[in-house]
Design a protein around this ligand. Structure first.
Ligand SMILES: Nc1ncnc2c1ncn2[C@@H]1O[C@H](COP(=O)(O)OP(=O)(O)O)[C@@H](O)[C@H]1O
Ligand SMILES: [Mg+2]
Length: 240
């Protein structure tokens, strides 16, 4: 068994008066593709943000594994009013740990843009690209940082079907890249996408993990009803 790359130990998160996560424990290993599902407000975003260190637990511990690099993507890409190329290059250049020259940062950014099929629009203002292109640009920015783990919060929720497929295809390619496979953890509202991409599914309800199963088990209705009636009811509701 390979070692965990990220994890939580009995983590609770309080947001104002709201208990957003309640004693969540999990371990995610290299090569897993973990989908987080659950109704609005169930804690998917909070779980991702906690894993990424953007939210501090009120109780419990976030596992820190030295040397594991992670990047996070949000539902709406936070782009700067700069060219597509500079949106990617700037973050690389500013990363002191890398100590890249501007030329080297741009070269790396171009590789990332090529990877997501955006080299032809490298000089266009990132904010003026289509929604799908913007999300691919955000993916390029994350990819350029050479993460081991990519966290994504509903990355395709605001995209049209065509753009959705493009982003989904890139997620699959990143996860399977022979030279540098990525561990994926993402929140999704789309059970079809979960079925296509995930190896494992975590179902949340009111900040609690109610099911954590291999994808085949999660989509096996009899088994799911047995393991987690709550998750079974959710899936039935989504599919009806
Ligand atoms: N900034 C915030 N302040 C207070 N409560 C919040 C905040 N963000 C989220 N919450 C609450 O935390 C809970 C979990 O939210 P969230 O993690 O965004 O769920 P999901 O991503 O599954 O929709 C919800 O009850 C939500 O209302
Ligand atoms: Mg959310």
């Amino acid at each position: 068994m390979s070692a965990a790359q990220i994890g939580l130990d009995a983590v609770s998160v309080q947001l104002g008066s709201q208990a957003a996560l309640k004693s969540v424990s999990l371990r995610i290993e290299a090569g897993e593709r973990v989908a987080l599902v659950g109704a609005n407000g169930s804690g998917k975003s909070t779980l991702l943000r906690t894993l990424h260190g953007l939210v501090l637990p009120s109780q419990g511990q976030v596992l820190q594994v030295p040397g594991v690099r992670q990047a996070m993507l949000f539902q709406r890409p936070h782009l700067l009013r700069l060219s597509a190329l500079n949106n990617v290059a700037l973050g690389l250049w500013l990363d002191r740990a890398r100590g890249l020259s501007w030329a080297a940062a741009k070269a790396l950014a171009q590789q990332a843009l090529e990877r997501v099929g955006l080299l032809s629009v490298e000089q266009q203002n990132g904010r003026q690209l289509s929604g799908g292109q913007q999300q691919r640009l955000a993916l390029a920015r994350a990819w350029a940082r050479q993460p081991d783990v990519l966290l994504l919060d509903e990355p395709t929720a605001s995209l049209d079907p065509h753009a959705k497929r493009e982003v989904e295809a890139l997620m699959a390619e990143f996860a399977c890249a022979p030279e540098r496979p990525l561990t994926l953890v993402w929140a999704s509202h789309n059970l079809g996408q979960v079925k296509r991409l995930a190896t494992r599914v975590i179902y949340l309800e009111f900040g609690q993990v109610m099911a954590d199963l291999p994808v085949a088990d999660f989509f096996n209705p009899e088994l799911l009803a047995e393991c987690s009636p709550a998750a079974h009811a959710f899936v039935q509701g989504e599919l009806s």
